[in-house]
Design a protein around this ligand. Structure first.
Ligand SMILES: [Zn+2]
Length: 267
């Protein structure tokens, strides 16, 4: 019900401010200009979707390949060695269900590895395990970007849910000819998710950098394994870049819709 309403509202908003050529055909040069600008916003969204799809495919491909490459240790063994070397003997390593469920939990200080990463001795498992331990090391060393990211979580939980609803209500109000305040508030709430996606980037890049540096100096991984782990982790990092770009494109698109409406309300 709610979704239907929102979809309808968005469709209406698109009609008024987006690509409805009939509307703009009668609204003169200004209307055409803003129609063009919002179309550019829409084009950017499509572009980031294509980039996101390509990156996902590249990541899948790299992990499929490096899951076939044998490593001397399982993911769990890699994690234990790396944590111990940093003096993090009390950080636990847990096997979790599912695929791509690997993560570090700062609340209970556990490195959670998916079953295949935990049990298998492959280059892919080694790379993922070392990356998650990179987060544990960040936490232990009070890496500032990780702290900032964690402190944003509650704000993002509210912002992402409430932001979309308020934004769509704002756009509906705009369509009805009232002011832009509600739409801007919605957009500001929504922007919390974009900020989060951007702050995630240094955290992820740094965790991979720590993982690769440790693998290199640990001595048991060959040069080739180190290179393959680097490729796998670069693809993983690219998915976060793609997500941040897509979030930025959405933000820009909605900002352009509101701005164009502000202008046409003034006409
Ligand atoms: Zn990570």
């Amino acid at each position: 019900m709610m979704i239907a309403f929102l979809t309808h509202t968005l469709a209406q908003a698109q009609y008024y401010y987006g690509g409805a050529s009939d509307y703009y055909a009668n609204s003169g040069a200004m209307g055409n200009m803003y129609s063009g600008v919002t179309l550019i916003g829409l084009g950017l969204i499509v572009l980031t979707m294509i980039i996101g799809g390509a990156v996902q495919a590249g990541l899948k491909n790299a992990f499929a390949r490096y899951s076939e490459e044998a490593a001397p240790l399982t993911g769990a063994e890699v994690a234990r060695r790396m944590l111990d070397q940093y003096g993090l003997h009390d950080v636990q390593i847990i096997s979790t269900r599912g695929q791509l469920t690997d993560h570090y939990n700062p609340l209970d200080r556990t490195v959670n590895l998916s079953e295949s990463v935990y049990n298998e001795a492959t280059v892919a498992a080694m790379a993922v395990a070392a990356h998650e331990c990179g987060h544990a090391v960040q936490h232990a060393q009070a890496y500032p970007w990780l702290g900032l990211r964690s402190s944003l979580v509650p704000m993002v939980n509210i912002g992402s849910r409430l932001g979309q609803v308020v934004l769509f209500i704002g756009l509906a109000l705009l369509a009805a000819g009232s002011g832009t305040t509600v739409a801007w508030i919605g957009l500001a709430l929504y922007a919390a998710t974009t900020v989060f996606a951007l702050v995630t980037l240094p955290v992820e890049f740094d965790a991979s950098r720590r993982a690769l540096a440790w693998i290199e100096q640990s001595g048991w991984a060959s040069r080739a394994m180190h290179g393959q782990a680097g490729t796998a982790l670069r693809w993983a990092a690219m998915t976060y870049v793609a997500a941040a770009l897509s979030s930025l494109a959405m933000l820009l698109y909605y900002a352009l819709i509101i701005l164009s409406r502000m202008n046409s309300n003034r006409d």
